[in-house]
Ligand binder design. Structure first.
Ligand code: PNS
Length: 164
């Protein structure tokens, strides 16, 4: 059985991520979406919220599981007995960082292959950061994320504004 991991921050999950999840799930028997709990960063959504949102938007996809992780991706992949790590490549600007990360991961876990899927053209500009930026100025994010995520982003951003 081939198990693959698609790791990321998913703060929040976008249509670009979903495109990679759908395509990557077709390449493996099981795809684990690994949600990074990075304690050094303050994401908009907690890891529990990000996991819940991913579960909601992938519930129709067979063979996809959402699991949070901390620490090294290579250790998480080993723990999950995954043989493949999938990352999406949007543009040349992603390449340098992704190559460095892939080569480091390969050093740390030689038996695990890192596979890149080029993002579908219609999502090549899209990122979680862009979604948060547009939402923070009350822009329309309906073309970037599913409606369930749109509502969560909007209510989180309104809540944050109220706290200031
Ligand atoms: O969605 P992102 O933020 O681009 O995902 C980055 C992620 C989670 C894949 C990356 O930061 C990661 O794997 N972090 C875990 C720590 C790690 O293993 N670092 C060493 C690889 S260079």
């Amino acid at each position: 059985m081939l198990r693959a991991i698609y790791p990321g921050s998913f703060d929040p999950v976008t249509y670009g991520h979903l495109d990679i999840i759908k395509r990557a799930s077709g390449l493996a028997d099981e795809l684990i979406v690994g949600v990074l709990n990075n304690k050094a960063k303050t994401p908009l959504f907690s890891v529990e919220e990000r996991v819940k949102m991913l579960e909601e938007v992938t519930k129709e996809l067979p063979g996809v599981r959402i699991i949070p992780f901390e620490g090294l991706l290579a250790d998480f992949a080993r723990e999950m007995s995954a043989k493949m790590i999938v990352r999406g490549l949007r543009a040349v600007t992603d390449f340098e960082y992704e190559l460095q990360m892939a080569q480091t991961n390969h050093k740390l876990a030689e038996d695990i292959e890192i596979v890149f899927l080029t993002t579908s053209l219609q999502y090549s500009y899209l990122s979680s950061t862009i979604v948060k930026e547009v939402a923070s100025f009350e822009g329309d994010i309906s073309q970037f994320v599913p409606s369930y995520i749109e509502e969560k982003v909007q209510s989180k951003i309104i809540k944050k504004g109220e706290c200031k």
